[in-house]
Design a protein around this ligand. Structure first.
Ligand code: ADP
Ligand code: MG
Length: 631
């Protein structure tokens, strides 16, 4: 026999940080380590079953997959043993010594030193195997990969502080044995009754038996029989059971197993479909967005099973991108067992299942919106900005998605997005045939925009949009309940419907009276604007700029610029308010040079209000100073 060598390895930096948090955070809910370890064991048997589809020698004549838990009271240890896929030496180093999750750096940035907040975050991050160190001051793992020689097993050991050791060892059977050396204060998990209670809680939804060793004793505590392995969970995959038999708690626990989330889901939908397509889906809406939802490498998708056999994680083909927050699984009887990601890509069954899952989620959301507005707001706050990608991505469901959107509006003095398009339509004025909206950089900018003045005066509600995605959304959302959308910063905004005869007459009169002022302004601004005209829609503001109907709007241009794309220059139409004292002053100015200063100032102000910046600030300042100096 070769000499035994023990190697010491350092955990990678991220793993060290997580472990530190783990050991030093005061989890009120310590027992979750069992969920994580049972969950890993169950994943390992899933993987074995999948691999064995193409090579059944991997079963090594042991086809009854299961997890076993046992305690040694004297040694103070709890052992979790599975006969799943096991790990090779390299896999042990990769899986138990490093953190290979996308967005880990972003995750650490979000930690705040506020214990309770950080605990929540760690939960979302998914603590997994390292949660062993919540209750153990030393953890040993003995594992052998299915199909490998018994001499190729590995013993991994660590106290969770900085480093772990690894050495070669023999293991007769395949799979993994995790032994936890419990801290003194956590010896409750050695107690048979307590252990069973926790295991049952965390394993009833798992498809394989979870067994504990039972000792039969007589009244005096003498053994009456051999120890026996006793199955203590239902050992049937939850989605196969009938809905009426499954408790909310079981659904919630299964969600945590599947999503690595610590928080209960907001909502779920479990469906069995037979007939032309034969499948079961179990879809969850989380109650918290993952910290990396907007990361480019954020993984999404469903767990895919074919005829109960686990095939892959993150099968993104079944869920569109704008629903990437959905967790869950699909179990199909129509796909082949050897299906690969490539095969899924252009498969008819995939397409049908994807459409069905999409519909399910949208229906689930619609029901929630109609039945529990408060809960829907929780969803909207977390995932609204993702759902807003929907109308662009999914034309066929555009109408359904539109009715799920929520916005702020001038109807309530609040940046919170609570107003549906249906709410808006129900409040529309008799003469009104369009849905008015305004996009801006922030809620504050939208709320105080001069474009709103006439709407306020006439009591017409305007939807206020201030998220980046909104401009993009509005270029795909063209109408709702056959009402067209109208951006109020566009030149084609026509409010003549709301005018009475007197107002109409007044408008026509002013247009005439200001003809020459408009001409002089045009002459001064030349190519810098698309057009100049008078407007009576303003009250406190002397002038604004608007864009032509089909021209690109300000926010879209900003969006393109921010994403590094070339945006065509936005040409504005300059509108002046003849009733404003500054415009009156300007119109009375005979000196063409001074008139030019006035135009410069009013145009500059309008551009500032619209874009938040000026093309040529010094030109603007010179004009202001000259006019001020003139007194
Ligand atoms: P996750 O389960 O989210 O991947 P964990 O920290 O729980 O993260 O586990 C890390 C990895 O270690 C797993 O992905 C798996 O590859 C491996 N692993 C953990 N436990 C086992 C086990 N019992 N059998 C085989 N592999 C395991
Ligand atoms: Mg895990």
């Amino acid at each position: 026999m070769t000499e035994k060598t023990v190697e010491k390895h350092n955990f990678d930096t991220d793993a060290k940080k997580i472990l530190h948090l783990m050991i030093h955070s005061l989890y009120s809910n310590k027992e979750i380590f069992l969920r994580e370890l049972i969950s890993n064991a169950s994943d390992a048997t899933d993987k074995l079953r999948f691999k064995a589809l193409s090579n059944d020698e991997l079963y090594e004549n042991d086809v009854n997959l299961r997890v076993r838990l046992s305690v040694d009271k004297e040694a103070g240890t709890l052992t979790i043993e599975d006969n799943g896929i096991g790990m090779s030496r390299d896999e042990v180093i990769d899986n138990l010594g490093t953190i290979a999750k996308s967005g880990t750096t972003d995750f650490f940035k979000q930690l705040s030193n506020d214990q309770s907040k950080d605990n929540q975050l760690i939960g979302q991050f998914g603590v997994g195997f390292y949660s062993s160190f919540i209750v153990a001051d030393k953890v040993s793992v003995i594992t052998r990969l299915a199909g490998a020689d018994k001499s190729e097993a590995v013993l991994w050991e660590s106290t969770g502080e900085g480093e772990y050791s690894i050495e070669g060892i023999e293991k007769e059977s395949r799979g993994t044995v995790v032994t936890l050396h419990l801290r003194d204060e956590d010896r409750e998990f050695l107690d048979d009754w307590r252990l069973r209670e926790v295991i049952r809680k965390y394993s009833d939804h798992i498809g394989i038996p979870v067994e504990v060793l039972t000792t039969k004793c007589d009244e005096e505590g003498k053994k009456t029989d051999h120890d026996k392995w006793e199955k203590i969970n239902k050992a049937q995959a939850i989605w196969i059971r009938s809905k009426s038999d499954i408790t909310d708690v079981e659904y919630q626990e299964f969600y945590k197993h599947l999503s690595h989330d610590f928080v209960d889901p907001l909502l779920w939908s479990h469906n069995r479909v037979e007939g032309k397509n034969d499948y079961t889906s179990l879809l969850y809406i989380p109650s918290k967005a993952p910290w990396n939802m907007f990361n480019r490498d954020h993984k999404h998708g469903l767990k895919l099973y074919v005829q109960r056999v686990f095939i892959m994680d993150d099968a993104s083909q079944f869920i569109p991108n704008y629903l990437r927050f959905i967790r869950g699984l699909i179990d199909s009887n129509d796909l082949p067992l050897n299906v690969s990601r490539e095969l899924l890509q252009d498969n008819k069954v995939t397409q049908t299942l994807r459409n069905a899952c999409t519909k399910r989620v949208l229906t689930m959301l619609e029901r929630l919106a109609n039945s529990n507005a408060e809960k829907y707001q929780i969803f909207w706050k977390e995932f609204g900005s993702v759902l807003k990608e929907g109308p662009a991505e999914d034309l066929s469901n555009r109408t359904n998605i539109a009715s799920l959107l929520r916005f702020s509006s001038t109807n309530c003095d609040d940046s919170e997005q609570t107003i549906s398009l249906a709410d808006y339509v129900s409040r529309m004025k008799k003469e009104q045939d369009k849905i008015y909206f305004l996009t801006a950089d922030s809620y504050q900018a939208a709320k105080t925009s001069p474009h709103l003045e006439q709407f306020k005066a006439k009591g017409i509600e305007v939807i206020l949009m201030y998220e980046r995605i909104d401009e993009w959304l509005m270029s795909y959302l063209l109408e709702f309940e056959s009402k067209k959308f109208q951006a109020i910063s566009k030149a084609d905004l026509d409010l003549s419907k709301f005018e009475d005869d007197r107002e109409k007459e007044k408008r026509e009169d002013t247009e005439k009276a200001f003809e020459s002022v408009v001409e002089r302004t045009k002459a001064y601004l030349g190519e810098r604007v698309k057009d100049v005209r008078t407007t009576l829609k303003l009250s406190e503001t002397p002038a604004i700029v608007v864009t032509d109907g089909l021209d690109m709007g300000t926010q879209m241009a900003k969006l393109l610029a921010a994403s590094g794309q070339q945006a065509p220059e936005v040409k504005y139409i300059f509108e002046i308010n003849p009733e404003h004292v500054l415009v009156k002053k300007m119109s009375e100015e005979a000196d063409e040079a001074i008139f030019g200063r006035w135009v410069e100032i009013l145009f500059g102000q309008a551009m500032l209000a619209e874009r938040g910046s000026l093309e040529n600030p010094s030109q603007y300042l010179i004009s202001v100073n000259q006019l001020l100096a003139k007194g």
